[in-house]
Design a protein around this ligand. Structure first.
Ligand code: AMP
Length: 396
């Protein structure tokens, strides 16, 4: 892997694509600085090796050019504190000011460029725009895993202007290493746990994983499409009727490949979609009309626990139930705890995708699993088996 560990940065200007797409409140205060913190080791490494560091990122989704609420200037103070140096700022990511400030930047200094998405050319992957960014520096580092699945000017196209001087930062490196460790080098037994609302959007993941896993656990709303496909009675549970055939195909493929497919045998059902609803535990294939499954049941939790604790490699994406409501969070909590215990016993565990990351953080178990991916959509596309443009552009 081409990383910043094997390069002489002395006297070089290095442009780094970071993911500083952080949430800001009405007063432009950062409400979650995880992404900024994640980028600090890469920036400090470059500075300590004598590089002048130029940072570029997007923030939010500006529609028509510059908008104050999407300005990266709101990040300068926090970033300066975290890096323990006065970070400079350029009001435009290209043009005279950016060029002058980049040219004057000395070893160890840091310049943050204004939001890339103030230019439509960024998301369009415009080559002339990428070239203007490239002209600011001698070396290109991509450390924005969250946008690696997009062929944008700053995430992929720019790489061609640095044929011998392009590499991954630590965030990218760690994400790729951990996903590859699971998908390509994972010790057996390998268990994948998939949950979340719907089967749609997860079909490619299921198909790609079936070739690799020993056990596939399905929970969340998506379980009911499988249960209906098996002839079960699902009441008012979330079912995607147009995906019943797809679910049948997946079950057949699992059988042919000798993958143990675990569909919850019971479910916590409710008479409305509400934390205060009446609830009971029922066999998941016998849900009365007017009732809907909102969590996996106690027997399913116990089955899953045993499978998870007997695994050497674990991938978890998606909650087992509507964990945002405390009365339907038990199944998700049980799975999170089982993954933590398996990890303690030596398994490698990767948790990724928005809601399972939110769940693991909610239960304060993020330090008890091997790796929590910040990648969201990028990680999901990677486990679907797709080539990520941001990764390919560096590796090419
Ligand atoms: P996804 O974005 O597809 O990973 O779905 C995450 C969402 O699925 C969470 O907000 C959960 O509340 C929701 N979810 C999980 N289980 C169920 C269920 N049984 N019925 C409806 N929604 C569910």
């Amino acid at each position: 892997m081409k990383t910043i560990d094997n390069y002489n940065f002395k006297g070089k200007k290095v442009i780094v694509r970071v993911d500083f797409n952080v949430p800001l409140n009405d007063q432009f205060k950062i409400t979650d600085d995880t992404r900024i913190r994640a980028a600090i080791p890469t920036i400090q490494k470059l500075r300590s090796e004598g590089a002048a560091v130029i940072l570029m990122s997007h923030l939010g989704r500006p529609k028509n050019g510059p908008e104050d609420k999407f300005s990266l200037k709101h990040l300068v103070k926090t970033l300066s504190e975290k890096l323990d140096t006065a970070v400079q700022f350029a009001d435009d990511c290209i043009g005279d000011e950016a060029s002058k400030k980049a040219a004057a930047l000395k070893a160890g200094e840091v310049l943050l460029l204004e939001n890339l998405r103030f230019y439509k050319e960024e998301t369009k992957g415009d080559e002339a725009f990428a070239k203007k960014l490239a002209e600011l520096a001698d070396v290109y580092v991509n450390d924005a895993f969250g946008t690696a699945h997009r062929a944008h000017a700053s995430t992929a196209i720019i790489a061609k202007f640095f044929p011998n001087d392009k590499m991954f930062g630590y965030v990218m490196g760690n994400e790729l290493r951990s996903i590859n460790k699971v998908l390509k080098e994972g010790e057996k037994p390998f268990t994948a746990i998939l949950g979340g609302a719907k089967v749609s959007g997860k079909i490619e993941i299921i198909n790609n994983l079936l070739d690799k896993v020993d056990n596939l656990i399905i929970g969340g709303g998506m379980m009911f499409t499988f249960i209906k496909a098996k002839g079960g009675k699902t009441g008012n549970s979330l079912v995607e009727d147009d995906l019943i055939e797809t679910a049948k195909d997946a079950m057949l493929k699992a059988e042919q490949l000798g993958v143990n497919l675990y569909i919850p045998e019971d479910a916590v059902i409710a008479d409305k979609f509400d934390n205060e609803a009446n609830q009971k535990c029922r066999p998941s294939n016998d849900i009365p009309d007017g009732w809907m499954g909102l969590d996996i049941g106690v027997e399913a939790s116990e089955t899953f626990r045993k499978v998870i604790e007997g695994s050497a490699t674990i991938l978890w994406n998606g909650p087992m139930g509507v964990f945002e409501m405390d009365n339907f969070a038990e199944g998700t909590l049980d799975v999170a705890k089982a993954i933590a215990r398996a990890t303690e016993k030596g398994a490698y565990s990767l948790v990724g995708g928005g809601d399972s990351v939110a769940a693991i953080n909610k239960y304060h178990l993020q330090d008890k699993v091997s790796y929590v991916s910040t990648g969201g959509g990028a990680m999901l596309e990677y486990i679907e088996g797709k080539t990520l443009p941001g990764v390919a552009a560096i590796e090419k």
